[in-house]
Design a protein around this ligand. Structure first.
Ligand SMILES: *[C@@H]1O[C@H](CO)[C@@H](O)[C@H](O)[C@H]1NC(C)=O
Ligand SMILES: *[C@@H]1O[C@H](CO)[C@@H](O)[C@H](O)[C@H]1NC(C)=O
Length: 277
């Protein structure tokens, strides 16, 4: 490990500044192209990057989640990585949840993948999302409680006891879930799900970033924080995203260099003691 760390220090410090980029600009991964002004300039991406920054700067990344309430993978995601990311990034990400998933409409009636129970829970969650100002903690609570209790009403009761929403909000949600507003919201969720573009959803959970639906980016459910850090809008990395480089790399500390802790000659022996920073 020490060997690798020292190796990285050497690489970081020894490479002289070159006149031309030491890589093929055509081979720079798209996700990295706007991450350095110098890189963008060197490789001729500046105009595209400026357009991107102009269109997105200061706006939160929008993450849309297509899901259905009784699908175990959705429950696991919503109560796990998705909720963790919500707590961590809520100031920088706009979360949209669409509780419909693989349901379909037959003869004007919504048929849910996991049956009537799921239709009731989807509808209820649609009302939560519509009427609660910060619905995600309550919704994650429900998705946690529903499989534990196997009963929507008991799960709802438990989450009401935990979060104690304002009585008028509870009234609105109940009225919605028992009536036409809830149905209307489900039809809207159905249309939202059907219209994602360019790739239709093939399973749930299914993610969109800034309204773009791609089959090839669904692995991001497994790397959700990395997705947000990579895809967030704006020129500067999010403060929550800057730790990784510090942990992984060997910070260049010129005072240490001056003090002789780094050895640059090719046949330098590896220091016996850990480098001091
Ligand atoms: C981006 O916006 C700035 C300021 O509004 C403007 O000066 C610049 O021309 C815009 N760049 C592009 C590429 O649209
Ligand atoms: C997102 O995409 C849908 C179509 O899939 C469209 O109807 C909606 O207007 C888009 N939203 C935004 C904010 O562009």
């Amino acid at each position: 490990m020490l060997f690798q760390t020292v190796g990285l220090c050497l690489i970081l410090t020894v490479v002289p500044s070159l006149a031309a980029a030491p890589f093929d600009c055509n081979a720079v991964p798209i996700a990295l192209r706007c991450q350095s002004e110098e890189l963008a300039k060197e490789c001729g991406y500046s105009e595209a990057c400026n357009n991107y920054f102009n269109a997105t700067e200061g706006k939160p990344l929008k993450v849309t989640l297509l899901y259905e309430s009784l699908c175990p993978d959705c429950q696991e995601f919503i109560t796990g990585d998705f909720y963790k990311a919500y707590l961590k990034f809520m100031d920088h990400v706009e979360f949209e949840l669409v509780p419909y998933g693989n349901a379909r409409i037959e003869n004007g009636k919504i048929i849910c993948q996991h049956g009537e129970k799921e239709c009731a829970a989807n509808k209820y969650e649609g009302c939560i999302l519509h009427y609660m100002k910060e619905p995600l903690p309550f919704l994650a609570c429900l998705e946690h409680q529903i499989p534990l209790r196997d009963d929507l009403d008991k799960a709802i009761q438990k989450c009401y006891n935990t979060f104690k929403p304002a009585p008028h909000v509870i009234d609105q949600v109940i009225h919605c879930a028992n009536g036409e507003i809830g149905n209307k919201l489900q039809l809207e969720a159905a249309a939202r799900t059907a219209q994602v573009y360019p790739d239709a959803h093939k399973h749930v959970p299914w993610l969109l970033f800034n309204n773009v639906s791609l089959a090839d980016s669904q692995f991001f459910t497994e790397q959700f924080e990395a997705a947000i850090c990579t895809l967030h809008n704006g020129q500067k990395p999010l403060p929550q995203c800057t730790g990784a480089g510090v942990r992984l790399g060997c910070p260049v500390d010129l005072s240490a260099e001056k003090n002789g802790y780094f050895r640059f000659s090719p046949d330098a022996k590896i220091a016996d003691e850990p480098l001091k920073h």
